[in-house]
Design a protein around this ligand. Structure first.
Ligand SMILES: [Cu+2]
Length: 128
């Protein structure tokens, strides 16, 4: 009798705890995914490629994408950088820490670029 009564009391509580935990996971997952950077353009997941600017370097410095891909460079460094194509196909001008710059590659080819502030900071995007 007493055992049965105990389970009748505990089971609903367990179910509620489980549902609550599931909700917390859902909410935190949504919050994490929905967090946008401060002021920069939104990043489209799946259809784009990401390059991070950190420690006065592009990561990855050598990137290959399919034609039509939007590449977003994000400044994760403490100083300004630029994303400047050697042939001036694109030029971000100054990108401050925390901000980003995007460019859509509609033509095939190899695009070498650099940071106009740090001459040794170079990268390449190869478009297939
Ligand atoms: Cu730079």
């Amino acid at each position: 009798m007493s055992t049965k009564r105990t389970w009748q009391t505990i089971a609903p509580r367990l179910a509620m705890a489980g549902a609550g935990l599931f909700l917390v996971i859902l909410i935190s997952a949504c919050g994490y995914g929905g967090t946008s950077s401060d002021g920069g353009p939104a990043t489209v997941s799946g259809a784009g490629a990401q390059v991070t600017m950190k420690d006065i370097a592009f990561h990855p410095a050598d990137l290959t994408v399919n034609r039509g891909t939007t590449v977003t460079w994000t400044n994760d460094d403490g100083v300004d950088h630029t994303v400047t194509a050697n042939d001036k196909t694109f030029d971000s001008s100054n990108v401050s820490p925390g901000q980003s710059f995007s460019f859509t590659f509609d033509q095939s080819g190899a695009f070498d670029y650099h940071c106009s502030i740090h001459p040794g900071m170079t990268g390449r995007v190869t478009v297939k």
